[in-house]
Write a protein that binds this ligand. Structure first.
Ligand code: KG4
Ligand code: ZN
Length: 366
């Protein structure tokens, strides 16, 4: 295999991103030649969440220039690329179309292979961009749109041990922050407020904690927080904000840790290879308290614990370029009629407990 240099494009939610990653030979450490992310947070802030039409238009406005800037940063012309990779779903369809059509145009004009990347696969493989880690590994993917435990055997080879039956963990952080008047995005705001609060001030529920399997649920927790805030009969004081945030975050961490523990046992039962590893990805992986707990639990079970640096945990295009390299290196490319997909589960098998999926407006995207 010669050197592979791939342009990655990410537009599935509220970050417009373009990156270029190069792999000189199999087994080498990849080089990130350019890695640009434009957040749209300021456009969505007034609405307390991501507005799909605003997102799509904002992607259109900046993507061309962002791609050009990434090429310039890498010191490359389009002919220096081996392939173009773009997120083809799951995500907000308007934004996905913007990125995928741009990638198709570049691929068509420069006669290069197109790789239509599943955004979840981008997150799933991102640990291999920054760490030397072999397949298989156990992945906890926790973001605003996704909350899943997966066994990762390689590109395209995933098995889901558990998923959320209602909200994603990041969504629960965002909604709780909104209830508390802490602003958007909620995760960092909750984490900051929680640092000043008492985790035992409120006894919030830990849904599904004692159920078999590794599925999650956060809707009941969100409702409990809403009731608590309502029962105050006024806006929470800074002290109440801190205590509710701390108690909420503790409940989320308990649930995520317990379900991950169950998944670690499922992973070991299948014969994991020499040193099993737990990888955490997605925006919620930025939470320091969560990382600490998962790290402790992973060590107790004999798992190596891997979290990509924060900027590769949240949405970015380097992970899309890298997923492109992983696929290209295995001869996996797509035709120019590859569809944009609002929903696109990573696995075909659902290893849950037969609980129904509820697809909310911003519910689990898979
Ligand atoms: O992966 P990501 O950037 O986008 C999605 O694909 O959803 O994740 C964003 C999510 C948001 O819900 C945000 O509130 C959450 O990650 N998040 C956090 C923290 N930082 C970001 N949640 C908890 N603690 C944090 N420090
Ligand atoms: Zn994401």
């Amino acid at each position: 295999m010669g050197a592979l240099t791939v342009l990655g494009i990410e537009t599935s939610c509220d970050e417009t991103a373009a990156a270029i990653v190069r792999l000189d030979r199999l087994g080498a450490r990849p080089a990130i030649l350019a890695d640009l992310v434009r957040s749209q947070i300021d456009y969505h802030k007034p609405y307390g969440g991501v507005v799909p039409e605003i997102a799509a238009r904002a992607h259109v406005e900046v993507l061309d220039r962002l791609v050009a800037a990434a090429m310039e940063t890498a010191g490359l012309g389009f002919d220096g690329l081996s392939a173009v990779a773009a997120t083809a779903g799951p995500g907000l369809i308007g934004g996905v179309l913007v990125g995928l059509m741009t990638a198709k145009a570049i691929a068509a004009v420069h006669d290069q292979p197109l790789i239509a990347v599943n955004h979840l696969e981008g997150h799933a493989l991102s640990a291999r961009l920054t760490e030397a880690i072999d397949f298989p590994y156990l992945l906890l993917l926790v973001s605003g749109g996704h909350c899943q435990l997966l066994r990762v055997d390689g590109p395209g080879a995933y098995r889901r041990y558990g998923t959320t039956i209602d909200d994603a963990a990041g969504e629960a952080f965002d909604k709780t922050a909104k209830l508390l008047g802490l602003g958007f995005p909620g995760g960092p705001a909750i984490e900051r407020a929680a640092a000043r609060g008492n985790t035992r001030a409120y006894d919030f529920p830990r849904p599904l904690l004692h159920r078999a399997g590794a599925d999650f649920s956060f809707a009941g927790l969100k409702t409990a927080v809403a009731q608590t805030v309502r029962s105050l009969g006024r806006a929470p004081s800074p002290g109440e904000q801190a205590d509710i945030a701390a108690s909420f975050q503790a409940a989320v961490i308990d649930v995520l840790t317990a379900r991950t523990k169950a998944a670690m046992r499922m992973f070991l039962d299948e014969g994991p290879g020499a040193v099993p590893a737990l990888v955490v990805a997605g925006g919620v992986a930025a939470n320091t308290a969560l990382r600490g707990r998962l790290n402790t639990e992973a060590s107790a079970q004999g798992f190596r614990f891997v979290v990509p640096p924060a900027r590769y945990c949240t949405d970015n295009a380097a992970m899309i370029a890298w997923a492109g390299i992983e696929r290209l290196g295995r001869g996996l490319t797509d035709s120019l009629d590859a569809p944009a997909r609002p929903r696109w589960p990573l696995d075909e098998i659902r290893a849950g407990q037969g609980l129904p999926h509820q697809m909310g407006a911003k519910g689990p995207k898979a």
